[in-house]
Design a protein around this ligand. Structure first.
Ligand code: KG4
Ligand code: ZN
Length: 339
């Protein structure tokens, strides 16, 4: 029996819709909200309104690209959380209405689990069990992944996410939001000559807020002596910050490998686009004998295809949601999906 799903993702500032047929991505459409650039970060109320404006055109585009009629959809998947309440509610309401009007089931998806399952959108796919580092503007986690439903968070940030560290540093340097890609680009022309201390955080947890503060004080000191310090040394500052963020991530990932012995190592989330992180992952892979996995960028950043991929497994397991389900902005990853 063939299974065709419509998937919706609206947890933060990207409105996305995807059509997944038998686990294959037929379309994955995204509307990114550039309006937040003017504010230097995501404004929840603005995001919610933009989702309302975007959702129908994005869904229509997903159907047009997939060349699938609406009648063929067997179920609608949506992100229940975590995310911004005003953003989630747009996707959840749309999914419920679409499903109700066609008398088909709905499937709730945890956004963090979906980031992990983005690795199954295309070959090569990791084999269970594997380690997954999920790094984006909102999340930094290391998970032991036993199956599509069984995932265990073994490390997480205690304050800022890795992408936030890039973005907040970028703000201090006068770069536009989101600053991660720009820092990556500038760093390629610089040398990591400035040293920022690595925070001491227990076990496999992360912390990035101390790094941001030490960069702030470092810049203040330097600017007192040279008011043009940032413009004169931008590439070297970016290279130094990037090197530290990447070393924080890699040191914990290596520690996770040493604890678990898992040699299948995956990285997901927007920050996995970072060229220095990709290089460090490749090098660690060669050194420790890992098989490494980084999905294509369209499946790394927030997207509906990853929601649809996890929903494909849930559909086969008959894990459907009730129509009275509500968004959960603080939804956690517990060990078993259906408990
Ligand atoms: O997954 P994503 O699109 O959205 C969520 O935050 O969920 O990730 C966006 C984050 C931003 O913080 C952005 O600065 C960061 O990913 N990012 C990068 C790069 N590309 C995106 N950070 C460092 N280097 C990059 N090349
Ligand atoms: Zn995300």
């Amino acid at each position: 029996m063939s299974i065709t799903l419509l998937a919706i993702e609206s947890s933060c500032d990207d409105t996305s819709a995807a059509i997944i047929k038998d686990g294959e991505v037929l379309s994955n459409i995204m509307a990114t909200q550039d309006i937040h650039k003017a504010y230097g970060g995501v404004v929840p109320e603005v995001a919610s309104r933009a989702h309302q404006a975007n959702i129908i055109p994005v869904v229509d585009a997903a159907f047009a690209k997939a060349k699938i009629p609406k009648e063929e959809i067997d179920a609608v998947a949506f992100t229940r959380g975590p995310g911004l309440m005003g953003s989630l509610i747009v996707g959840v309401s749309f999914a419920k209405a679409f499903a109700m009007s066609r008398n088909i089931p709905i499937i709730e998806v945890n956004h963090m689990r979906a980031h992990v399952m983005a690795h199954f959108a295309e070959a090569p796919r990791p084999q269970f069990p594997f380690l997954c580092l999920t790094v984006s503007g909102g999340h930094t986690q290391i998970l032991k992944v036993h199956s599509p439903f069984q995932m265990e968070v073994i490390g997480a940030t205690i304050d800022d996410a890795a992408g936030e560290a890039f973005d907040k540093t970028g703000k201090l340097l006068g770069l536009d939001y989101p600053a991660g890609p720009k820092i990556d680009q500038l760093a390629q022309r610089g040398k990591a000559i400035y040293s920022f201390t690595e925070p001491r955080v227990k076990d496999l947890d992360f912390s990035f807020s101390g790094l941001k503060t030490s960069i702030l004080y470092f810049l203040k000191r330097q600017l007192k002596e040279n008011p043009n310090f940032i413009t004169d040394n931008l590439a070297d500052i970016c290279a130094s910050v990037q090197e530290r963020i990447v070393s924080i991530l890699m040191n914990k990932l290596i520690k996770a490998y040493q604890i678990t012995g898992y040699r299948q190592v995956a990285v997901a989330g927007g920050v996995s686009a970072n060229s220095s992180l990709r290089k460090a992952l490749r090098e660690a892979g060669e050194h420790y004998g890992w098989e490494t996995f980084v999905p294509q960028l369209e499946y790394c950043t927030d997207n509906a295809a990853m929601i649809g991929i996890l929903a494909y497994y849930k559909y086969q397991d008959k894990q459907f949601a009730e129509q009275d389900i509500t968004p959960d902005p603080r939804l956690k990853v517990t060990l078993n999906e259906n408990t």
